[in-house]
Ligand binder design. Structure first.
Ligand code: SF4
Length: 341
């Protein structure tokens, strides 16, 4: 076992739920001209529930437009749920006082996807990292220096502007800024998708080291399942705004039960032997519109296993004790991926 694995060994603290989504729903009003069926709404997120445990990583995965980024923005209190709750510990964020909500915002920070777009090009690196400290009246030069060291950036570059940094260095600046207020939880929105493969690996290593050292909890949003396999303890697969499968990463990756999860996993090219050489499942067409999602099982228009029941009866997200994860499907897959290979 490596030093990193030893540091990350589960403890009693990891049984503690630090962040919870409870029946989260987010609808956006349709803008004029998007569809003939006005008035209406886009059902971006529909009845999504999960818990995130202290010191662990939950990944939200799925195709573009499945609702994973909208879910993360609700978790970060950047947008308000249409219904349902985000709970920090046991406390619903929506019922907190203004002071408590400000404290909650300190506790949950976001690292955005694009290190080029998320940094103000006119600001110096040290001011970018210091910005949240100043906003919360906690600024000190020594804390800014410490944050540069934590993300392995040379403080002699503190007066440079973002254009003078590489993509990986800019993402390190983003991470330093997100860590400034000592958050308990980091929401990582596609943190490496804009970076070259070699730089991706460095940023993922940095994030894993910081998590172990600072005992932080991560929610990672990614379309890259190889990254998810590497980073996450638990994974929630989303399709058209709903969670269709959720469980430990090991269980979901080795024994996926929902056909959509099987299709996603079949597309991975990765060095992991469990993820290689299996039957490729190519899904027909694009996901249907979230403004008018299919009735019952939302995946039935693209599912090769669909039967009449799938078009009339919504499958519930039911637990399967033996393999330890939940899935919403009337006719789940039963083979493991190692059996497919
Ligand atoms: Fe496919 Fe039916 Fe399962 Fe939906 S419920 S994923 S349509 S088999």
């Amino acid at each position: 076992m490596s030093a990193l694995q030893e540091e990350a060994t589960p403890s009693a603290r990891e049984d503690q739920v630090v962040l919870r989504a409870a029946q989260l729903v987010k609808e956006f009003p349709l803008r004029r001209g998007m569809t003939r069926a006005t008035p209406g709404v886009i059902h971006a997120v529909d009845a999504v529930s999960f818990s995130v445990h202290a010191g662990q990583t939950l990944a939200l995965v799925g195709e573009s437009g499945c609702g994973k980024s909208t879910t993360a923005r609700m978790l970060a209190n950047l947008i308000t749920p249409t219904s349902g709750s985000v709970l920090l510990g046991e406390a619903p964020v929506a019922s907190m006082s203004a002071r408590e909500q400000r404290r909650a915002r300190e506790q949950v920070q976001v690292v955005f996807q694009d290190p080029y777009a998320s940094l103000n090009p006119k600001m110096r690196a040290r001011d970018i990292v210091a910005e949240p400290l100043r906003a919360y009246h906690r600024y000190s030069e020594s804390r800014v220096k410490e944050l540069f060291e934590m993300v392995q950036l040379d403080y002699s570059w503190a007066k440079r502007r973002p254009a003078e940094f590489s993509g990986g260095q800019r993402q390190r600046l983003n991470i330093a800024r997100a860590l400034a207020l000592e958050p308990q939880i980091l929401l990582l929105d596609e943190p490496t998708s804009a970076l070259d493969v070699s730089i991706q690996a460095q940023i993922l290593t940095l994030l894993r080291r910081l998590q172990a050292e600072l005992r932080m909890t991560y929610v990672i949003i990614s379309h890259d399942l190889a990254v998810v396999r590497q980073m996450a303890d638990h994974v929630a697969v989303m399709y058209l705004g709903e969670i269709v499968e959720i469980g430990s990463t090991e269980s979901v990756f080795v024994s996926p039960r929902h056909p959509y999860t099987c299709a996603l996993l079949s597309a991975i090219s990765a060095p992991d032997p469990h993820l290689r050489g299996r039957e490729r499942i190519v899904l027909k067409g694009d996901p249907p519109s979230a403004a008018n999602p299919p009735a019952a099982c939302r995946f039935h228009t693209r599912c090769w296993k669909a039967q009449d029941q799938c078009r009339t009866e919504k499958p519930s997200l039911a637990a399967e004790g033996e393999r330890g994860h939940d899935f919403a499907c009337h006719f789940p897959e039963s083979r493991t991926f190692s059996e497919r290979a």
